[in-house]
Design a protein around this ligand. Structure first.
Ligand SMILES: C[S@@+](CC[C@H](N)C(=O)[O-])C[C@H]1O[C@@H](n2cnc3c(N)ncnc32)[C@H](O)[C@@H]1O
Length: 274
């Protein structure tokens, strides 16, 4: 290939700031592991399941290059509008967006070489149906990469919550917390089994972890992403009359010299369509 100078990034300051550095910090470690683990072919047809506001969809499209094509699927229309703005700003033309659910993929049988999902499959309503659809659209030997957080995610918080609930005899709430974790965060064995049921043989499992640190519990409970993505589920399981006491106890248990640290272990699983 003869190298030609790439075009300069030509965006007005406003347009640049609209699309710069807007990836949720939460998503980045998972996506970095995912992009590191899957094979990248310049002619791949790829699919990002649960692409949200465009990650890793747009990054994958650029890393694969213009001869590849990447489909993004998500039912969240407002997020797809944001992806369109990013695609335009970044001048990425090899992406098709679908406002759809993983359980009913709008793609033909045996049409995809690479499927990725960055905390996507763990948010669908019916994982088996979603994986069956992925198996349908996957070409034989297609690769699937899935990164998601494991059951021990934020164990520091959940241990403190369990202790506070146990001290007050709130056993139903303890069971509800465990059910929430079981529903959202499958152990690796369960994911490998679900993939196998759908026709994907796991070829690689990497375990990683990162940490979210806060100066104190008050900062954790005030943090916008915690409030957006996690705190409502924690509050919901505690009876309203007990909430203040329970979360005061949780805060006291979390507050340690040096601040609060939440550990997020996660898995990146790579599988092949049989
Ligand atoms: C935690 S977000 C991850 C988004 C993005 N992949 C990232 O890493 O930032 C989960 C995504 O799954 C999407 N989602 C929820 N139900 C879905 C379904 N049935 N099929 C496909 N995507 C779904 C949500 O709309 C959301 O965008």
């Amino acid at each position: 290939m003869t190298w030609t100078p790439p075009a300069e990034v030509a965006l007005t300051p406003t347009a640049l700031v609209d699309v710069f550095d807007d990836l949720p910090l939460w998503s980045a470690p998972f996506g970095m592991a995912l992009l590191d683990a899957v094979a990248l072919s310049p002619t791949a047809v790829a699919l990002d399941v649960g692409c949200g506001a465009g990650f890793p969809l747009v990054e994958l499209a650029e890393r694969l290059g213009p001869r590849a094509h990447v489909h993004g699927v998500d039912p969240w229309e407002a997020a797809l509008a944001r992806v369109r703005a990013k695609l335009a700003a970044r001048e990425v033309a090899n992406v098709t967006l679908h406002a759809a659910r993983a359980e009913a993929l709008p793609l033909p049988d045996r049409s995809v070489d690479l499927l990725v999902s960055n905390n996507g499959f763990n948010n669908v309503d019916d994982l088996d149906a979603a994986l069956a659809e992925c198996a349908r659209v996957a070409r034989p030997d297609a690769q699937l990469g899935y990164a998601y957080n494991l059951p021990a995610s934020m164990r520091e918080l959940y241990d403190a919550l369990d202790a506070a609930l146990a001290a007050r005899g709130l056993d139903a709430a303890r069971a509800a917390v465990r059910a929430h974790i079981d529903h959202k965060r499958q152990p690796i064995d369960a994911t490998v089994a679900a993939l196998a049921r759908a026709g994907f043989a796991t070829t690689r499992v990497d375990e990683h972890a990162f940490r979210w640190r806060f100066a104190d519990a008050a900062a954790l409970f005030a943090h916008w992403f915690m409030r957006l993505a996690f705190i409502p589920a924690w509050i919901e399981v505690v009876p309203a009359a007990e909430r203040a006491a329970v979360f005061t106890a949780v805060s006291a248990a979390l507050d340690q010299p040096g601040g609060v640290t939440l550990t997020i272990p996660f898995a990146c699983i790579v599988a092949r369509r049989r």
